[in-house]
Write a protein of this length. Structure first.
Length: 570
């Protein structure tokens, strides 16, 4: 009609579609439903983070929480600083120089290298000749007792027996128990012997592993799986003493278990059980104690941890890898001891290395559980694989049956009387060394023993001198001791070889301390600043001086990574 404006068809259709859709969008029930979902999600998010904050405040306290946040912030900011272009270039240069120095020591420059398979196989005599060359390569003389830990015995008769046992089962693989029934029998008997040693109750169970780290990983895995299956825990957490073996930290990273660290303060250097109790929450899957710990050789208050674990219904793992076949014999040998094993009802799992003071070959350890049901949580079973039903007791599939045979031969050869005698000799030597450090005029005023070590490890630190300078000076005299950090210290893990030369070790330590004291006197006369505990010196002083002074440890990680790379450089 003339004079009447008409709406374009496309615009009119769009307008009509909007009108048609408006009643749906304005539906009160739909709006209410959407708002309700939003509110529920927000409330759950708020509750989740509120709970975490409350747990943090309960576990660490207000000041502890603030200190932890400050440490985290400092570490992050320093990490950014290390990434600045000029700083990053300088850091990389210094790391490369340090790795080059390590390479010069680790990788022989003029050794013949075999980087591809020989065209023709060597004769047996040629292989034996090269093996003799390799075994004679320059190394710290563990045979003469100059190495702390690492090699726990040096008895030729036992070594020969182990080699013979290994040779009889070279091809054996426990994954095929029907093919190698003898290995199955020996493995079961090794586990049974160790369970008996730790006073396991009826129904207890265990498994053999490749070493202490493997045992600890499996114990943590079993605790995680148990908490998920029985309590529905999907965000697992475990509580560790700061001195607990680093394998627990590895388990946390591998199995996505959040870790809470608890201080082990002087003078006892035992874990603070009250702080452990404060950190427990509904996500806690495992408490941990050491008997003894690796750094200081201190046994935690396992009895108090056991009571706490029973009260809160949480598994307690006792790491006895280092104590192994010494701690169970302390009482019979007439030494001071404390409760630590399955006689404490709260103890649910134990790791024990048969390849340490059990004198078995390297590659042998055990993990023990109070019940077979708990052990089953470490198993892996796949019923639907096209290759058939697959089941393995731990992370490894194929395993060396020869090592199990050599372990079994060691245990039955040494026997209870042999282990008791070894305990008397090893722990007795550790106590003599500790007494010498405490009472000798050259050492007593300068060295301080950490805590009250009851087993084979004696850890000490310097009061006024640089602890790492002492470690480097002992290295220069041919000793291979363990440097520690937090606090700076040194430890000696007494072994059978060391029992024969401990007096020489003590005499060298006296000479080194007197030498370092004289250097300090010269510095004082010359008006130079005392090295105290921070300046760079030898290898240990440089590494741990850097590690202790940096809030962000990425440089140390780079150095350690470079070291691991060198281990595989042919």
């Amino acid at each position: 009609m003339p004079g009447t404006s008409r709406m374009p068809v496309s615009l009119r259709e769009s307008f009509n579609s909007v009108k048609r859709s408006r009643p749906l969008a304005s539906n009160p029930l739909q709006v209410l439903s959407l708002d309700l979902v939003r509110n529920i999600v927000f409330t759950l998010f708020l509750l989740r983070w509120t709970r975490r904050v409350l747990w943090k405040l309960k576990g660490r306290g207000l000041l502890g929480t603030i200190a932890e946040l400050y440490g985290d912030l400092r570490r992050v900011l320093y990490g950014y600083f290390l990434r600045l272009p000029g700083v990053r270039t300088q850091v990389r240069k210094q790391v490369s120089e340090a790795i080059s120095k390590m390479e010069a020591k680790m990788v022989p420059a003029h050794a013949t290298r075999y980087l591809t398979l020989p065209k023709e196989g060597w004769t047996e005599d040629a292989v034996r000749k090269e093996l003799d060359t390799l075994v004679a390569m320059d190394h710290t003389r563990w045979e003469d007792g100059y190495v702390s830990g690492a090699v726990y015995h040096g008895e030729e008769e036992l070594l020969r027996l182990q080699t013979e046992a290994y040779g009889k089962f070279t091809v054996a693989n426990p994954i095929h128990p029907d093919v190698f029934p003898g290995v199955r029998k020996m493995e079961a008997e090794v586990v049974a012997m160790v369970l008996s040693l730790f006073n396991a109750p009826p129904g207890a169970a265990g498994a053999s592993t490749s070493g202490g780290t493997d045992s600890i990983l499996l114990a943590c895995l079993a605790a995680r799986q148990k908490a998920y299956a029985e309590r529905g825990v999907t965000e697992p957490e475990m509580i560790l003493p700061e001195t607990a073996h680093t394998a627990f930290r590895k388990a946390g990273e591998y199995f996505k278990i959040k870790i809470h660290y608890v201080a082990c303060p002087a003078p006892t250097y035992q874990v603070d059980v009250r702080r452990v109790a404060r950190l427990i929450n509904s996500n806690t899957i495992l408490l941990v104690g050491s008997a003894p710990n690796f750094p200081h050789g201190i046994i935690d208050d396992i009895a108090a941890l056991s009571k706490l674990a029973l009260k809160r219904r949480i598994p307690l793992h006792v790491d006895c890898c280092l104590g192994s076949f010494l701690v169970p014999f302390l009482e019979k040998a007439g030494f001071e001891t404390v409760p630590f094993d399955f006689r404490l009802r709260g103890v649910t799992s134990i790791s024990c290395d048969t390849h340490k003071y059990g004198f078995a070959p390297k590659g042998n350890s055990t993990v023990l559980y109070r019940t077979a049901a708990h052990r089953a949580y470490q198993y892996f079973v796949d019923p639907s694989w096209s290759g058939g039903v697959y089941a393995s007791p731990g992370m490894a599939g194929s395993r060396p049956g020869a090592l199990i045979a050599a372990c079994w031969a060691s245990l039955v050869s040494v026997g209870e009387a042999g282990y008791l005698a070894a305990c008397e000799q090893i722990v007795g030597t550790a106590k003599k060394l500790a007494e010498r450090i405490r009472e000798h005029p050259a050492l007593a005023g300068e060295l301080e023993i950490l805590g009250n070590p009851l087993v084979s490890v004696v850890a000490f630190r310097a009061r006024n001198l640089n602890t790492y300078d002492i470690a480097d000076a002992m290295t220069a005299r041919g000793w291979h001791l363990n440097a520690l950090q937090n606090p700076p210290a040194i430890h000696v893990a007494v072994t059978l070889p060391i029992t024969k030369v401990w007096e020489r070790l003590a005499a060298d330590l006296e000479a080194v301390v007197e030498g370092e004291r004289e250097k300090e006197r010269v510095r004082a006369v010359e008006g130079k600043k005392s090295r105290g505990g921070k300046d760079a010196g030898g290898d240990a002083a440089v590494l741990y001086g850097v590690a202790g002074s940096l809030p962000n440890k990425s440089v140390v990680v780079d150095l350690a990574t470079g070291f691991l790379d060198l281990c595989y450089k042919a």
